[in-house]
Design a protein. Structure first.
Length: 101
């Protein structure tokens, strides 16, 4: 059974989210185009950004309509804020973070 995000995090504020996915070839573009509406594309199959709890719940609901739960995998990493995580890139950064508004 899936826990509500507010219960999982212990509060209901905005959340910094990283979403990674491994989906069937036929669904990759649909998932990618859908997530671009909400988050910043970082590299192949990886998106990140700040969302409200209701936006996360909406994304989960819509992704269930796109993916095949028997074959595909989507992982949500949730942080209280971007400052709560440390990130570094080895090699080429695919997304130019300076271009993101």
């Amino acid at each position: 059974m899936e826990l509500k995000i507010t219960k999982l995090l212990g509060y209901g504020g905005n959340v910094y989210v990283i979403i990674v996915y491994d989906v069937g070839e036929k669904r990759v573009n649909k998932v990618c185009q859908f997530l671009r509406r909400y988050l910043n594309w970082i590299q192949n199959s990886v998106f990140e950004g700040e969302l409200t709890i209701s936006e996360i719940e909406k994304i989960k609901l819509e992704l269930r309509k796109i993916i095949n739960l028997e074959e595909d995998s989507i992982i949500f990493y949730l942080f209280r804020s971007e400052k709560a995580m440390k990130k570094f890139v080895m090699g080429v950064s695919k997304a130019d973070m300076g271009q993101i508004i």
